[in-house]
Design a protein around this ligand. Sequence first.
Ligand SMILES: Nc1ncnc2c1ncn2[C@@H]1O[C@H](COP(=O)(O)OP(=O)(O)OP(=O)(O)O)[C@@H](O)[C@H]1O
Ligand SMILES: [Mg+2]
Length: 298
Amino acid sequence: MEEVLKLKSIKKAIGRKTILKKIDLTLEKGEILGIIGPNGAGKSTLLKIISGTMVPTAGSIEFSDRNGIIGIVPETPAILPSLDGFHNLQLLASIRGKIGKREIKEAMETVGLDPSNPKPVGSYSLGMKQRLMLAQSIMEKPRLLLLDEPTNGLDPLGIIDLRSLLFDLSNQGVAVIIASHLLREIEVMCHRVIIFNDGHIIREVNLRKGDQEFIEIGVSGPEDWDTLSRWVEANDGQIQKLPSTDTYKGILRTSLSIPQLLPHLTYLGVRVESIQPARANLEAAFLESAHLKEGAYR
Ligand SMILES: Nc1ncnc2c1ncn2[C@@H]1O[C@H](COP(=O)(O)OP(=O)(O)OP(=O)(O)O)[C@@H](O)[C@H]1O
Ligand SMILES: [Mg+2]
């Protein structure tokens, strides 16, 4: 696969505070990567460093395409409230002077805004502002798109539109990074998710379908668990027991689907009590990693 972006040992300190500790990350062409983590984890800082609006204290950033444009949906919209949507984008486009009216109109239509709407952006709803920022981020046809909390203010339909827009862009080879708190949305939009806390990556979860499946499985007793674990490890999978004492339940990571897996287990004599896809497990991984306790960050 073709790499679009490579971060090596990125560090960021502001004053005496270390915000990013040592970030190593690569991104492939067409890949949609999610970054989730609690408030203050450093997600926005990382996006700013990738986009070049903030300079890292140490480390290096490599882009495969040096002249490639990076599209950004910032955390807070950069708009002039008295101008309408089209003229806001025209002003931003004039900075680089790469595109004209046609491309601006096209981008607005792609995100469901009417380019001829004369309403000043100051009176837009939050979701409309977010759509305008989305149009701004794609209008110059970037190779890398950075979205900071893009679903903020979008209604359910807007979220579905965003999801299909991102899939279209990904199919055209655009790489995307989305920072968000919203696990459910990240889960349906991304190929891979990194869980971020306190300035570093604490876990990475691959969600690409067909690539790796996460399966929640419960078996009858310790001997079933032993047989299952040994077979999984011998077959390039991973298994993690869920932290409950009285049952033999765990999360299995494998390249096999459930119908492919079951005959093997029957053959091995493993007594299966329950088996189901475990994609929602991202939430468990996140909560555990973020050390969330009774709804509060420790
Ligand atoms: N310009 C700055 N000066 C000093 N500290 C900063 C600056 N920008 C960010 N920080 C600090 O860096 C840490 C990470 O902030 P950042 O905005 O990257 O987090 P985040 O993960 O995007 O959080 P949120 O989910 O709230 O958007 C925070 O503790 C924040 O206070
Ligand atoms: Mg942020």
